[in-house]
Design a protein around this ligand. Structure first.
Ligand code: CMC
Length: 392
């Protein structure tokens, strides 16, 4: 009480102490549990990184096997949950569908809701890691009118997800190993990013001791916004707009600099990175590699590269320390893989899921945790007397 610090957007507020992810925004450094993102991107895989984030250490071979087989046993959705998708319009955005279905997990899996019970938390952790990819694939299948495919638990998490998304019951689906590897890499790069908007949301909701499914469902909705996870779709729409306008990047950059309403260089800028986002660096190389395999390349990649070069040499961006962020090149890769633009943010959510879970669990175990309840600076009327309707 008494003195309240005014910090809109929590620019300078440390809302938690955390041992999960370290970022040095000025130096462009990102580490999960102390491991540099570059090493994890090159040598690890998404399942292992998920384990690392959630449990704090890289798994031993036995731990990895147990973790993987537990996840594999939980990939099926309850048959009634499958019917849940029928209620949505065909053209529904997949993010609210995903969030709603995750929220509905609280109703189907009532035996694992108690945040104070460790075995409950463990079970919901595994259920989420296993079922969210299935839900995501079904949201896609529903949107294009194709039948849902049951998971094939002989496959790895990423391969299973690709098959459920792009496969058909009538024909065998051949998994492209290069595509699976690229998606695995992108998921690693998205897996955690300390107290970003969606993770802070998961923590805030969880701080009221709401269950893990409820908290993650809220995080998914925070990620939906175009300034956060929605940026990957927005970048692609921006690039398509520039292409339709004859590919004139100068014209677009001038619109951004003139601060035309609603015009930002999407995929640029970051609250914490005031240097090249280390994830964007890795992704740019992957984009080059993947897109060079597509016949004739991708015109949008060329536009993106020209746009980046143009922005990085412009005072407006230099002065404000605006560099490409994780979302700048991901959309191009997702598009090349065959995902529709609307679906990109769902892929971000799949990648971020272990990070959200790790933070929720860390918060629940931290004795310093209290319900999140920021204060405000009140700017309204002091006090006034009620006037009856006839006198207004
Ligand atoms: N294009 C043009 N100007 C920008 C941009 C941009 N992308 N980003 C920031 N600015 C300007 C902003 O107008 C302001 O200028 P001025 O000082 O003249 O008013 C200055 O830079 C500082 O910006 P801010 O809005 O105070 O910065 P923030 O830390 O509140 O916002 C951000 C960070 C990521 C929301 C913002 O940079 C942005 O809107 N970027 C575009 C959306 C985007 O790519 N989001 C993905 C972020 S990374 C992954 C994720 O979180 O999902």
């Amino acid at each position: 009480t008494g003195y309240i610090t005014y910090d809109p957007g929590f620019v300078n507020t440390g809302s938690a102490s955390s041992a999960i992810t370290y970022i040095d925004g000025d130096a462009g450094i990102l580490r999960y549990r102390g491991y540099p993102i570059e090493q994890l991107a090159q040598r690890s895989n998404f399942i292992e990184v998920s384990y690392l984030l959630i449990y704090g250490e890289l798994p031993t071979p036995q731990q990895l096997e147990d973790f993987t087989s537990k996840i594999n046993r939980h990939t099926l959705l309850h048959e009634d949950l499958k019917r849940f998708f029928d209620g949505f319009p065909r053209d529904a955005h997949p993010m609210p569908v995903l969030s709603s279905a995750v929220s509905a997990l609280s109703t189907f899996y009532q035996d694992s809701l108690d945040p104070a019970d460790r075995s409950n938390v463990e079970l919901s952790t595994i259920r989420l890691l296993a079922k969210v990819p299935t839900i995501a694939a079904y949201a896609y299948k529903k949107s294009i009118g194709q039948p849902f495919l049951y998971p094939d638990n002989s496959l790895g998490l990423i391969e299973n997800f690709l098959r459920m998304t792009f496969g058909l019951p009538a024909e065998p689906y051949e998994i492209d190993p290069a595509m699976a590897k690229a998606l695995d890499l992108l998921f690693i790069l998205h897996a955690d990013h300390e107290q970003n908007c969606s993770t802070s949301t998961v923590r805030l909701v969880g701080s009221s001791e709401a269950n893990l499914f409820a908290s993650i469902s809220a995080g998914i909705m925070a990620l939906f916004g175009p300034l956060h996870g929605g940026a990957n779709s927005a970048v692609l729409e921006m690039l398509e707009g520039i292409k339709a306008d004859g590919g004139d990047v100068d014209k677009f950059v001038n619109r951004v600099k003139n601060k035309e309403a609603g015009v930002r260089l999407m995929g640029f800028g970051h609250r914490v990175y005031k240097n090249y986002d280390p994830r964007a660096k890795i992704i740019k190389e992957t984009a080059d590699e993947i897109l060079s395999k597509i016949a004739g390349g991708d015109q949008l990649l060329d536009i993106a590269k020209r746009l980046e070069e143009r922005a990085l040499s412009d005072d407006y961006f230099v002065e404000r320390k605006l560099y490409p962020n994780v979302d700048f090149y991901t959309g191009l890769i997702y598009r090349a893989m065959g995902f529709p633009t609307k679906y990109f943010t769902v892929l971000f959510a799949l990648g971020r899921l272990p990070g959200w879970i790790a933070h929720w669990r860390e918060m629940m175990q931290d004795p310093a945790t209290k319900i999140g309840r920021p204060r405000q600076i009140y700017t309204g009327e002091k006090q006034r007397d009620y006037k009856p309707l006839s006198e207004r």
